[in-house]
Design a protein around this ligand. Structure first.
Ligand code: TNX
Length: 522
């Protein structure tokens, strides 16, 4: 008898627990990454059903596109055939509503307010970007299986309450080195969607290096015809035609991501030097290079043709770039004398500005005279970044020891390098851009960027091993105020994203420092 009571009690408890588990009612317990600024829970739940549609305010093509992005994410897995419609009034019960609001100063250009009742899911924002980030949060409030490509069993419930959320930094980026190993258009687009999922807004493309030139320049066709032909290890390399590149830029724009193109100079230029003899000091073309050494190449900084070349490249690139910035590299120019390097960087800044763009460069460029609006990307030497701050420049934080996605997790990592550090998932998360270097203060910092150099990775899968799950931490550092972040809280949220990443087809590194949830509890 006693035993039977126990069995019934267990069954009843299990049923109740399952019911509770299926019905999320505590919004503040949801594992959103990046962590939102404020969450108020109201203890009920909203049900996504076959009656649900997404309504956008007014006849705006931009808002319809955002609504469609959400519908395209939800429909394959839920099978609910959620439609996207315009409306001039608040929609009926059971729907999702996206609307631009009156000026809500606290939210800024990228913030949003997400209000969920048992009747309506409503996102408001000052700008479309905010609505886009609001829908990324909605995705994460649904069970992980919502990210699968095939139809799954519901229910599809969301806990009720209000989230008000906005980023701490306006620049939240990653860099992809497509020069050491070439990554094709589809891989880049896939990465853009992954960045957007975590509310990142910049993809910096490292388009040229010793091993390859990856962007078609019509006035200097041999850059790609010859200089794009190989990569590290001797593979076939590749390049983007200008049409393909424009397609990437548009795809990114539609996801509120700016592409920052980089042409690295005066070092890291062997692919150009192999393609055009006149760019070399001695007038002789070099051989193509497929190794991984750095610091051996330089453009001929004293020849006029070099500046004609740079002006042509920058002009063509600027025409393809809606974003404000062009990155001129400037790192590791060990084969350029410092007395040649400084006037070179000064002159190249003028060329970029004359073509209507602002300049980004790695921290060494702070040795030159920075133009107004030039941004210094801190990767190696704090003293360089400080020189930038002293000249009034803003700093982009990419310290190699904390933020390099190509560093190994530990000594057993399959891919990656370790010249700067081993960067486990906790170390990648546990730092604050605004207190890393005392002389670089929050007001000097435009944001954070996590670069993936690709000497050791040549496929999407290999890249994902290094990028994930560390990218989620960098996304949170860029978005969430430092005082709301701590590793213990983050690691349990990250743990629940294991299933979500799997559902998104991301092959992440299963770090031992994260207590991965093996099943979706919802
Ligand atoms: C240093 S980071 C470099 C790159 C390499 C990277 C490998 C930087 C500005 N220069 O050329 O790919 O290390 O981690």
């Amino acid at each position: 008898m006693k035993r039977q009571t126990n069995v019934w009690a267990t069954l009843a408890f299990t049923a109740l627990f399952t019911q509770m588990a299926c019905t999320p009612t505590n919004l503040s317990k949801e594992n959103v990454i990046p962590k939102p600024v404020s969450v108020v829970t109201t203890g009920e739940s909203f049900d996504l059903t076959d009656q649900t549609d997404i309504y956008v305010q007014g006849e705006s093509a931009g808002l319809l596109q955002i609504g469609q992005y959400l519908a395209d994410k939800l429909n394959p897995s839920t099978g609910l055939a959620i439609g996207v419609k315009t409306t001039s009034e608040i929609p009926a019960s059971g729907n999702i509503y996206l609307a631009l609001s009156e000026n809500d100063a606290e939210l800024g250009d990228e913030g949003y307010e997400l209000t969920i009742t048992d009747k309506l899911v409503k996102v408001t924002a000052n700008k479309p970007a905010g609505l886009f980030y609001g829908i990324q949060t909605i995705r994460q409030l649904l069970p992980s299986k919502v990210e699968l490509a095939t139809e799954q069993k519901g229910p599809w419930k969301i806990a009720t309450g209000t989230i008000r959320d906005y980023p701490v930094y306006g620049y939240r980026g990653s860099m992809l080195d497509v020069a050491r190993h070439f990554f094709g258009v589809e891989d880049v687009k896939n990465y853009i969607d992954q960045l957007a999922t975590y509310k990142m807004n910049v993809l910096h493309l490292h388009l040229s290096d010793d091993q390859g030139w990856r962007i078609e320049i019509k006035s200097w066709p041999n850059l790609t015809a010859h200089g794009g032909k190989t990569e590290v290890g001797g593979g076939e390399g590749g390049f983007y035609t200008q049409d393909q590149y424009a397609d990437i830029v548009k795809y990114a724009q539609d996801r509120f991501i700016t592409i920052v193109p980089e042409i690295d100079m005066p070092g890291h230029t062997n692919a150009a030097l192999a393609s055009y003899p006149e760019l070399n000091e001695n007038g002789k073309a070099t051989e193509l290079y497929t190794g991984t050494e750095v610091g051996f190449s330089t453009l001929a900084t004293k020849k006029e043709i070099t500046y004609k070349f740079i002006d042509d490249v920058v002009r063509e690139l600027a025409a393809l770039t809606p974003g404000e910035y062009i990155h001129i590299g400037g790192d590791e120019s060990h084969a350029t004398k410092i007395e040649d390097y400084i006037p070179f960087i000064n002159r190249v800044q003028d060329i970029v500005i004359a073509n209507g763009k602002k300049v980004f460069g790695w921290d060494e460029i702070a040795l030159s005279t920075l133009k107004p609006n030039t941004v210094v990307q801190y990767w190696a030497k704090a003293e360089n970044a400080i020189k930038g701050v002293e000249q009034g420049a803003k700093v982009l934080m990419s310290p190699a020891v904390n933020a390099y996605l190509d560093m190994q997790y530990d000594s057993t990592s399959t891919y990656g390098l370790h010249w700067a550090a081993y960067i486990e998932v906790d170390k990648a998360y546990n730092w604050d851009p605004a207190s890393l270097v005392p002389e670089i203060k929050k007001e000097n910092i435009i944001g954070i960027e996590a670069p993936l150099w690709s000497e050791t990775v040549s496929t999407r899968l290999e890249a994902e091993y290094l990028i994930f799950p560390r990218l989620l931490g960098y996304a949170e550092i860029g978005w969430t105020p430092a005082e709301l972040r701590n590793w213990d809280d983050y690691k349990t949220r990250l743990a629940s994203h294991g299933e979500r990443m799997k559902a998104m087809n991301i092959s992440f590194f299963p770090s031992k420092v994260v207590p991965w949830d093996t099943k979706d509890k919802k």
